[in-house]
Write a protein that binds this ligand. Structure first.
Ligand code: HEM
Ligand code: HEM
Length: 218
């Protein structure tokens, strides 16, 4: 007889919309951002036959505002989302979450052969996601300061955090690499999990539902 599974609801529709807005925005931001950093096409045509740099910047800013909306949505869900979506469900702040953090780490390092399933994020993933949203904040402030250099509001924030525009731009560029590395590790772990566990983790970000061996979820 085959194994018996139960299907459980984990992620609401707003959470899933946030995820895909965030992920897609980042794909556009990284690509156009690298073009702004180093316009690799022949920029001699700029302003004569076409405006590649201006167009890339425009796409960057549109994606930038999608990114900002996604981050604000996630902040809202941290406090007003369902149980799994709330920040304290996945932050390593309670004894059981701290235990899950180290247990998941040991599992990923092949030091343990099994890990207790969770309906929401494992705490290790949750902690990384919280750091990611935290770094998104710096990306947003540096981006808005570069976009509106004359705004007194963004000047105040920009100077307080980055001191100079040149430093804001450098940090904006360096953080781009964080998002690229995050994406690579994210995809690796998702596929690894999909192979090792019965959850159907990848489809859960489309359907909001995960699978568990009957009775395995505490
Ligand atoms: C085909 C591509 C992708 C798939 C299938 C996918 C799938 C998933 C899944 C299943 C989760 C929940 C995992 C868990 O429970 O721990 C998740 C979370 C997350 N993903 Fe992705 N992802 C993709 C691409 C991306 C990209 C490109 C980014 C942005 C760099 C991204 C950012 C995030 C973030 C920030 C979270 C955590 C959400 C939160 O709770 O705040 N994902 N993703
Ligand atoms: C994950 C999110 C983001 C990534 C990966 C990203 C990436 C980049 C990169 C690589 C550059 C080029 C920096 C350089 O010249 O060295 C850049 C420039 C810039 N970004 Fe972003 N960015 C992001 C979010 C944002 C946001 C939210 C905004 C604000 C709406 C923004 C506004 C800008 C501006 C104004 C510039 C300078 C454009 C110029 O010099 O012509 N970025 N970005």
């Amino acid at each position: 007889m085959g194994a018996v599974y139960e299907k459980r609801f984990a992620w609401g529709v707003l959470f899933r919309l946030f995820h895909w807005a965030f992920a897609l925005a980042i794909v556009f931001l990284v690509t156009t951002g690298f073009y702004i950093h180093f316009p690799w096409s022949n920029s001699v045509i700029e302003g004569s036959r076409s405006f590649p740099v201006a167009e890339m910047r425009y796409i960057h800013f549109v994606a930038g505002f999608v990114f900002i909306a996604a981050v604000l949505t996630r902040l809202y869900l941290w406090f007003f989302g369902n149980r799994q979506e709330k920040i304290w469900d996945c932050a390593p702040i309670t004894p059981s979450n701290i235990k899950d953090f180290f247990s998941t780490l040991a599992y990923y390092l092949y030091l343990k052969s099994e890990n207790e399933p969770r309906l929401g994020h494992h705490t290790l993933a949750g902690a990384v996601y919280i750091v990611t949203i935290g770094l998104a904040f710096f990306q947003i402030v540096s981006g808005l300061w570069m976009l509106y250099p004359e705004s007194v509001f963004w000047q105040k924030w920009g100077v307080a955090i980055f001191a100079t525009q040149a430093q804001a731009r450098l940090i904006h560029y360096l953080l781009t690499w964080y998002f690229i590395i995050f994406t690579c590790i994210h995809l690796y772990i998702l596929i690894w999990n999909d192979i090792m566990e019965p959850e159907g983790l990848i489809s859960s970000i489309f359907t909001g539902r995960k699978f568990f061996h009957k009775g395995a979820l505490k």
